[in-house]
Design a protein around this ligand. Structure first.
Ligand code: NZQ
Ligand code: ZN
Length: 381
């Protein structure tokens, strides 16, 4: 029987080419006049996104303070720096212009201005009960952070890459102009798609009788794979960018999780340790390597669903044949299929497993303890 669930998503999504110029209007319509603009290392200055966004703010007489330099796998120290700026400038809202790292930082800042120490929320010591409104202009489709209430931040000192989730952290308005993603380096397009695929798989493999959600998952997975194939032929194909963008948002905005028992999330737990201890490794790249190994390890817990995946997504008669095809496709996309290709050394695997279970065992389909995690990492190595 399909389990009970409640679905909540208050984010307004403004989707389409030439929508960047609306950002000022949406902020002004919400009654705000002073924002903190957060961004990454500067891709938005090269591809015209910054100019379009600031022209739109100027047109609505919205003042802003800027904080550039949010790094992939964003850090707690940057969150703290941005909280201080937000307080100093008494901003009324936070505007994230970038990918998931920038948006996650914006959410932590939005909650953090009301707290003595935002990290306490990640430790589960305090509950978020208030946050500044967050607006986003998405430049990389991957995390769905543009339409969910989650943020993942790395505490560099304590070596913890942990998440928070709160209904106060859903962006108020998110703008997705898929054409701005034509400036992405190819590997970031692939990493983003692998992350979106992983989000669907985290729900799909715990599936049993939830035919509506499972069918949505299969449509999303097939679409993502097909769009990456098309973009590899022509990275400037805006229709494929748009389809990939919408699929990535749907992968983790609550729709795909409806009725799916909260999902499994063991692969995400393992990956967060990898990109925590090696901050130059992209989240999606790690997931693309871990998932096939995890599938192999937990197959017996839900063979019907793994066989269905093999058949419907990879036209294969067995999971092992499907995994071979999946790895071949990731290779064709110039992605990685083994942990050692990311520069991870074998002697690191034990420490990675230790870090991954620091908050307790991982996974729902099969509870994974440290020794299970280490075995999966070895299968992925
Ligand atoms: O820093 P800039 O110069 O902007 O460059 C970025 C960055 O180097 C670049 N980029 C983004 N848009 C671009 C572009 N380059 C050219 N043209 C564009 N249009 O891409 C690089 C990666 O950006 P990042 O934001 O780090 O990527 P992503 O969106 O994949 O975010 C990954 C982070 O989100 C977390 C991950 O763990 C990771 O820390 N996640 C957040 C989730 C959530 N909030 O729900 C869930 C996920 O499972 C995930 O854990
Ligand atoms: Zn993810």
């Amino acid at each position: 029987m399909m389990i009970s669930y409640n679905f909540f998503n208050p984010t307004r999504l403004v989707f389409g080419e030439h929508t960047l110029g609306q950002v000022g209007k949406w902020i002004a319509d919400s009654g705000y006049t002073r924002v903190l603009l957060l961004a990454g290392a500067g891709s938005i200055q090269k591809n015209g996104v910054y100019d379009a966004v600031t022209a739109s703010l100027n047109a609505e007489k919205i003042q802003w303070a800027e904080c550039f330099g949010v790094q992939p796998n964003p850090s707690l120290s940057k969150v703290r720096e941005a909280i201080n700026l937000a307080l100093e400038h008494q901003v009324e809202a936070v505007l994230a212009v970038g990918g998931g790292s920038v948006i996650d930082t914006a959410k932590a800042v939005a909650a953090g201005v009301f707290l003595d120490d935002i990290w306490q929320a990640f430790e589960g010591e305090i509950r978020i009960s208030k946050a500044l409104p967050v607006f986003t202009v998405l430049t990389l489709s991957a995390t769905a952070s543009e339409m969910n209430g989650n943020a993942v931040i790395t505490n560099e000192r304590d070596k913890k890459k942990w998440g928070i989730g709160s209904s106060f952290l859903y962006p108020k308005v998110s703008i997705i102009d898929p054409s701005v993603q034509t400036s992405l380096p190819w590997e970031q397009t692939v990493n983003g798609a692998l992350d979106a695929l992983a989000h669907i798989m985290e729900f799909y493999f715990v599936g049993k009788e939830e035919e509506t959600s499972i069918s949505i998952h299969e449509a999303l997975m097939k679409t993502i794979i097909a769009m990456v194939d098309k973009l590899q032929e022509n990275p400037k194909d805006v229709d494929s960018r748009a389809n990939l963008a919408w699929a990535a948002t749907l992968a983790l905005n609550g729709i795909s999780g409806a009725g799916m028992r909260g999902g499994d999330w063991a692969c995400h737990g393992m990956e967060h340790s990898i990109s925590c201890l090696n901050s130059s490794i992209a989240h999606g790249a790690g997931l693309g390597i871990l998932f096939p190994a995890w599938m192999q390890y937990v197959y017996d817990e839900n063979p019907k669903q793994f066989n269905r995946f093999a058949q419907n997504i990879w036209q294969s008669a067995s999971l092992s044949a499907a995994i071979r095809k999946m790895r071949a496709r990731i290779k064709k996309w110039q992605g990685h299929t083994r942990l050692h290709e990311l520069g991870i050394r074998e002697e690191q695997l034990n420490g990675l497993a230790e870090n991954a279970v620091a908050q307790g065992s991982l996974g729902r389909l099969k509870k994974l303890h440290k020794s299970d995690v280490e075995q999966i990492l070895r299968l992925a190595y």
